[in-house]
Design a binder for this molecule. Structure first.
Ligand code: NAD
Ligand code: UDP
Ligand code: UDP
Length: 315
């Protein structure tokens, strides 16, 4: 029989990059973890090391379909996250965010479970306010090639807050800024994985546009710690709360760092900038510091070294 103190925790998208690290922490902590994934971008290999554990279970399931299980907490991470992946089947991306949120909220309502949504800095679009605080409503193109992801995530936030107001659900919304680390998909087209793979393989490093656009990169361990704190925060704190790293770097600076850390002979080439690519992005972390007593601890250089080591053993 299940020990009463053990929480039953559902992680959707649990076989993905962030989800698998979250499962690691929850399993280690002793909770009963149900990992649900349709393996669109995630893979069994990300959680293979957990399969023998008595408090871990893996289930192939697509969250756009209803799910009937008994759980105490839900982390809803299911959704492709890189532009290459989410633009592969944009209709399915919106369905995953919207139908997936409805199903997981319906499940949370029936089980009286607490539910956390992995939202994104993309809800701010190409922002006119810098850095971005949670009060900023964003500047998102509703009909562009990034919209399936951005608007899907915005609609999911709306659903979370309506279930909270209408059905008194205990909700938690985190807005995640660019996060990187081991188990990122090597072919997902995101800048960190692209640059590192290109450097390790001696291929040209592909800098889109003039490389002056900025991002703030958070190492995965910092991010997961903030997510766990958010889930455990008092019920009256719903968020949304930004999670990320305030260090802001241009893509040119990132390329140069990767070149220096890998010692590659790769050159840097400029390619056209994709449509609607945000010019700058940096989280305002005041709320996370105040409410979660959290700030990131791992600087870019250290995180890149760990990530390079991971990709090097894949290659
Ligand atoms: P990822 O692609 O590695 O993980 C997403 C997981 O969801 C994968 O395992 C995938 O197979 C699964 N999935 C996709 N559609 C599904 C469906 N319909 N049903 C069940 N499973 C499905 O990406 P990630 O970086 O780990 O992102 C995890 C979550 O965090 C996503 O919701 C993403 O939007 C959010 N997020 C990530 C970042 C980041 O920088 N990594 C930034 C902002 C938000
Ligand atoms: N749902 C689910 N698991 C559950 C309960 C509900 O997947 O344990 C799904 C179901 O598809 C439902 C949706 O969640 O349509 C929303 O549930 P809710 O109770 O809010 O609304 P309903 O559509 O049932 O009136
Ligand atoms: N980028 C780049 N070269 C690449 C991949 C991405 O210069 O090979 C740029 C991209 O144009 C964007 C930034 O890096 O300005 C971050 O891209 P990513 O897809 O990782 O994340 P997002 O745009 O969703 O923040």
């Amino acid at each position: 029989m299940r020990e009463k103190s053990r929480k039953r925790i559902l992680v959707t998208g649990g076989a993905g990059f962030l989800g698998s690290h979250l499962c690691d922490r929850l399993v280690e902590r002793g909770d009963d973890v149900l990992c649900v994934d349709n393996f669109f971008t995630g893979s069994k290999s990300n959680v293979a090391h957990l399969l023998g554990k008595s408090n871990f279970e893996l289930m192939r399931h697509d969250v756009t379909f209803p799910l009937y299980v008994e759980v105490d907490e839900i982390y809803n991470l299911a959704c492709p996250a890189s532009p290459v992946h989410y633009q592969h089947d944009p209709v399915q991306t919106t369905k995953t965010s919207v139908h997936g949120a409805i199903n997981m909220l319906g499940l949370a309502k029936r089980c009286k479970a607490k539910i956390l949504q992995a939202s994104t800095s993309e809800v701010y679009g190409d922002p006119e306010v810098h850095p971005q605080p949670e009060e900023y409503w964003g500047r998102v193109n509703p009909i562009g090639i990034r919209s399936c992801y951005d608007e899907g995530k915005r609609c999911a936030e709306t659903l979370f807050f309506d279930y909270h107001r209408q059905h008194q659900l205990r909700i938690k919304v985190v807005r995640i800024f660019n996060t990187y680390g081991p188990r990122m998909h090597p072919d997902d087209g995101r800048v960190v994985s692209n640059f590192i793979m290109q450097a390790l393989q001696g291929k040209d490093i592909t800098l889109y546009g003039d490389g002056g656009q900025t991002r703030s990169f958070c190492y995965v361990d910092d991010l997961i710690e903030a997510m766990l704190r958010m889930m455990d925060s008092p019920d009256d704190f719903t968020g949304p709360v930004n999670i990320g790293n305030p260090g802001e770097f241009s893509m040119r600076e990132l390329a140069e760092q990767v070149v220096a850390l890998t010692g590659t002979k790769s050159g840097i080439v400029n390619l056209p900038i994709p449509a609607d690519d945000p010019r700058q992005r940096k989280p305002d972390l005041a709320l996370a510091r105040k409410m979660l007593d959290w700030s990131p601890t791992i600087p870019l250089r250290e995180g890149l070294e760990k990530t390079i080591a991971y990709f090097a053993q894949l290659a």
